[in-house]
Every structure is written in structure tokens, then in C-alpha cells.
Design a protein around this ligand. Structure first.
Ligand code: ADP
Ligand code: MG
Length: 254
């Protein structure tokens, strides 16, 4: 297969400066279709900035970004979402007063808003939305909470609900910003399994601090340090790279 069809996302020498400070400089990145690709690096490495550039929440100072061969450098996040590249929590938010089912159903309906059949709100259409919502709720493991008020869910479950509302947008390429942040060990395990399941027919790019999760899930890891790519490869490769070890020790483990 040619590189063009293999790569779902290509970033070519993207940079971002804030004033005179270079948060990201000349980062090139290729995300292969069907992989789980992680972005790691010590504190201040430029991970969040890079993630925001790739998801179009920040505009690069220079460089180009291509999604499925198409130059998306100038596109807005909502536009790239329509193309199938969706950042978790981009559009969806959890409404605390709605039930788990209602939250996911709202997201499913929003995804199909463009459909002219929507005018009718036919029973069969609503049943389809409902069925898809139930499917997604089962997928993220919230089946027993389907009628709970979202505001009453425990933290980890709330994050899983957010994931369900993101999946309602049917992303082909899902970008996750620290999916394990703030979770206890039990939630981390469940969510890691969930990401693996989700990734079965999608491409996933994530920024994640939990290195054991990164080791367990990632096909490819890009290590950033001081705004630049320090290393790339499997967990085994990058974790044995002296430059990576040095960067983590030098700045304190993140
Ligand atoms: P990481 O997510 O890897 O910890 P960040 O991308 O958040 O790193 O930040 C990289 C560097 O860029 C840091 O030194 C940070 O202080 C700086 N930075 C990030 N965002 C801004 C901003 N909006 N204005 C100025 N400096 C910023
Ligand atoms: Mg960060």
C-alpha cells in the first residue's frame, strides 16, 4: 500500500509560537490508519499544543496538516469533525439533568440533523436513534445506568458517557486528550479496554500521561520534548531510547 492510503493524518513541520516562545517547532507526524497512536512526553513538551494544532483548535504558525490526503490546515474543528475526525468532547457535553439515555440520544440525533427525513421525526427514525443510543451505552459499559441522571454518575462513568456521546458522531478518526485523567485504577482498566474495543474499526490518536496504559494500547508512540519530536516507535523502542530516558529524568516524570 502506498503511504498516501496508509496514513489517515499527516502533519508536515507544524510549528506554534506564542510571542517569541516556540511551544511546538517543526513537528512532523504520520498517523497510520487503523492504529492507536500515542503522543507522550514530559511536562511542557508541547503535547497539548500539538494536540490542539492537529484537532484545529489552534492554528499553526507554519506547517501543513492533511487528513486523508486533504489539506485541512485552514479548516475549522467543526468542519474536520464532519469529515470524520473528531476530538473527544469537541461538540458533546454531558447534560447533568438529562438521563444517560437522553444524553446519548441527543448526540445521535444531532449527528443526523442534516438528514431531511428528520422533518418527519417518524416513529421508525426515532426508534433507530434510540437503538443506536442503547448500543453506544452498552459499548461504553453503562447499560445498568441507562436511566440515571448523568449528574449522578461517578467521575469515571461520566467520562465514559462523554465517550459515548463522542462516538455518536461516528468518528473515523478519534482524538483523545488524556482519556485517563483523574481516574482511579479500576476506571483506568475499564477505559483502556474500552479504547481498545473502540479502536477495532477506527484510528485513535491520544495524549496520555499514564505510561502503562500507553504501553498496553499503543501501536506507535511519538515522544515530544521541548516542542520537538524526540523519538518514535513501539513502546519497547521508545522506552529504551537513551534520549527519551534522559528527557523524562531531566524534567521529572510526567
Ligand atoms: P504539555 O501538554 O506537553 O505539558 P503544552 O503544550 O501545554 O505542553 O505547553 C508547551 C509549552 O508551551 C509550555 O512551556 C507552555 O507554558 C507553553 N504554552 C502553552 N500554551 C501557551 C499559550 N497559550 N501561551 C503561552 N505559552 C503557552
Ligand atoms: Mg498538556
Amino acid at each position: 500500500m502506498s503511504a498516501a492510503t496508509d496514513d489517515i493524518l499527516v502533519a508536515e513541520r507544524i510549528s506554534k509560537t506564542f510571542g517569541r516562545f516556540s511551544a511546538v517547532s517543526d513537528v512532523s507526524l504520520r498517523v497510520r490508519r487503523g492504529t492507536i497512536h500515542s503522543l507522550i512526553g514530559p511536562n511542557g513538551a508541547g503535547k497539548t499544543t500539538c494536540f490542539n494544532l492537529l484537532t484545529k483548535f489552534l492554528r499553526p504558525t507554519s506547517g501543513r496538516i492533511y487528513y486523508k490526503g486533504r489539506d485541512i490546515t485552514a479548516l475549522r474543528p467543526s468542519r474536520v469533525a464532519e469529515l470524520g475526525m473528531v476530538r473527544s468532547f469537541q461538540i458533546s457535553a454531558v447534560f447533568p439533568d438529562l438521563s444517560v439515555l437522553e444524553n446519548v440520544r441527543v448526540a445521535v440525533q444531532r449527528q443526523h440533523r442534516g438528514n431531511s427525513f428528520d422533518f418527519w421525526r417518524s416513529d421508525s427514525l426515532l426508534r433507530r436513534y434510540d437503538a443506536r443510543a442503547h448500543e453506544l451505552i452498552e459499548l461504553v459499559g453503562l447499560g445498568t445506568f441507562v436511566n440515571w441522571r448523568a449528574g449522578k454518575l461517578a467521575y469515571g462513568h461520566k467520562r465514559n458517557l462523554e465517550l459515548a456521546t463522542t462516538l455518536a458522531l461516528e468518528p473515523e478518526f478519534l482524538l483523545l486528550d488524556e482519556p485517563m485523567a483523574g481516574m482511579g485504577p479500576e476506571d483506568v482498566d475499564r477505559t483502556a479496554e474500552l479504547i481498545k474495543t473502540i479502536a477495532a474499526n477506527r484510528t485513535v490518536l491520544m495524549v496520555e500521561h499514564n505510561l502503562s496504559v500507553v504501553a498496553r494500547l499503543s501501536d506507535v508512540i511519538t515522544v515530544l520534548a521541548r516542542g520537538q519530536v524526540l523519538a518514535e516507535g513501539s513502546y519497547e523502542e521508545v522506552s529504551q531510547d537513551p534520549a527519551v530516558i534522559e528527557a523524562y529524568i531531566g524534567t521529572g516524570h510526567d
